[in-house]
Design a protein around this ligand. Structure first.
Ligand SMILES: Nc1ncnc2c1ncn2[C@@H]1O[C@H](COP(=O)(O)OP(=O)(O)O)[C@@H](O)[C@H]1O
Ligand SMILES: [Mg+2]
Length: 123
């Protein structure tokens, strides 16, 4: 059974990224299959998990959310999920910083992440 946990706070420096990386890695070491989804334009989770140059990636949380809102077909999971040491990650970069301004008013935008994750729960 798949469980989804969100670690969120508007305040910076309260150890959101550290918590997610440590918790996800611990679960990975315990043999759980873990997908961490970076939803922070700082991309610190992606960088700390070992993703090389997240700024150079085509597929990120931002591109996936945009694809959902634009009703485009999502890429294959292998094209956007980056395997790291003990976990997999959907990386993020600075492009996400404009998402709320550009797309935040669009109907259904608050459901977009759910739409990205739903088909992955069975994988
Ligand atoms: N257990 C801890 N004790 C002390 N400092 C920590 C601990 N965990 C993380 N930090 C430090 O706190 C700072 C902020 O953590 P970070 O995870 O980047 O926060 P956020 O993602 O909320 O902005 C980082 O410098 C990190 O190294
Ligand atoms: Mg962070």
């Amino acid at each position: 059974m798949c469980k989804v946990y969100a670690v969120a706070s508007q305040k910076g420096g309260v150890t959101k990224s550290s918590t997610v990386l440590n918790l996800a890695t611990a679960l990975g070491i315990m043999g759980k299959k873990v997908l961490a989804v970076d939803v922070d334009p700082q991309g610190s989770l992606s960088i700390c998990a070992g993703v090389n140059n997240p700024d150079k990636l085509t597929h990120t949380t931002y591109s996936l959310l945009n694809a959902v809102i634009d009703e485009e077909k999502l890429p294959e999971p292998n094209d956007y999920i980056v395997p790291c040491e003990k976990i997999d990650i959907i990386p993020c970069n600075i492009t996400l910083s404009v998402f709320e301004v550009n797309r935040g008013h669009e109907i259904g935008c608050e459901q977009a992440l759910r739409t990205v994750l739903e088909p992955l729960k069975e994988a």
